[in-house]
Ligand binder design. Structure first.
Ligand code: ADP
Length: 256
């Protein structure tokens, strides 16, 4: 069974806010409560989506192209707002967030893209440091933080190289280090192995698993059937904007 919320009576202002809400006392890092996203062209990219992700979970988000995976991930970083329903990240309703608090809440999410999105003229260390510089982190704190995450992803020796001098796997490790440098509550990865060959893909998955073991919640959209089926983690399947399955220990393809 996938985690579900114990609902409180309607009108109870403490709904979703109080702990513990989930089996085992884990806090939900992410809640989508009856979320619909309709784009201005009338397209329903998500329809009536309910999803609860407790802290420490590792969740695969699967589904064919156009199913709504990217839209779901964009709602979590408040790139888009839900048309209906609520998106609650670490206890904060993203639609109700005052503008000045948006950057602070966004830092709770680390993002990893398929195409890495590194700055080509900066070194590995500078790419990671940049994520802290733009948020005004004092210099004295940047260097140790960068060194810590580069060690975690196994790139200490490459810290002065530029992305062009790195393999695809190393570029993705750099992007993962950048995603981690703010100590996020959740890492979302949109097809992080989509540009990598199978061996390197496994290395990246192993790294994401290790990060998850360190306590970071991971939500990964993927088409990589072998990885999903082999790992038997929680699988959330989207189709035409709806959640068609949510199972623990699932394969890439729906059972039965
Ligand atoms: P996936 O990531 O699973 O491929 P998307 O979330 O990108 O799915 O897209 C879901 C649906 O929403 C698709 O039909 C897509 O064409 C549509 N869509 C995505 N972004 C926009 C947009 N900015 N404006 C209009 N329609 C969009």
């Amino acid at each position: 069974m996938a985690p579900t919320l114990r609902r409180r009576p309607a009108g109870d202002p403490s709904e979703f806010a109080a702990a513990p809400l989930l089996e085992g006392g884990r806090q939900p890092v992410l809640i989508l409560d009856d979320v619909t996203k309709t784009y201005p062209n009338g397209r329903d990219a998500l329809k009536d989506v309910d999803l609860v992700v407790p802290e420490g979970d590792f969740v695969f988000l699967v589904g064919p192209s156009g199913a709504g995976k990217t839209t779901l991930l964009r709602l979590l970083i408040r790139d888009e707002l839900a048309t209906q329903g609520r998106v609650i990240l670490d206890g904060e309703d993203l639609a109700k967030l005052p503008r000045r608090r948006v950057p602070q809440v966004r830092r709770k999410v680390g993002i990893v893209f398929q195409d890495f999105k590194l700055l080509p003229s900066k070194t590995v260390a500078e790419n990671v440091a940049f994520a802290l510089e733009v948020t005004g982190t004092p210099r004295s704190r940047i260097r140790p933080a960068v060194e810590r995450v580069l060690a975690l992803v196994g790139l200490s020796a490459q810290s002065e190289q530029t992305p062009r001098q790195l393999s695809g796997g190393e570029q993705q490790r750099t992007a993962i280090a950048r995603a981690l440098v703010h100590d996020p509550r959740i890492v979302i990865a949109d097809e992080p192995t989509g540009n990598l060959d199978p061996m390197i893909s496994w290395e990246i998955i192993q790294l994401l698993l290790r990060i998850n073991e360190l306590g970071v919640t991971v939500l990964m959209a993927t088409h990589d059937a072998d990885v999903v089926t082999a790992l038997r983690k929680r699988v959330v399947g989207l189709e035409e904007g709806r959640v068609i399955r949510d199972e623990l220990g699932g394969g890439y393809h729906r059972a039965g």
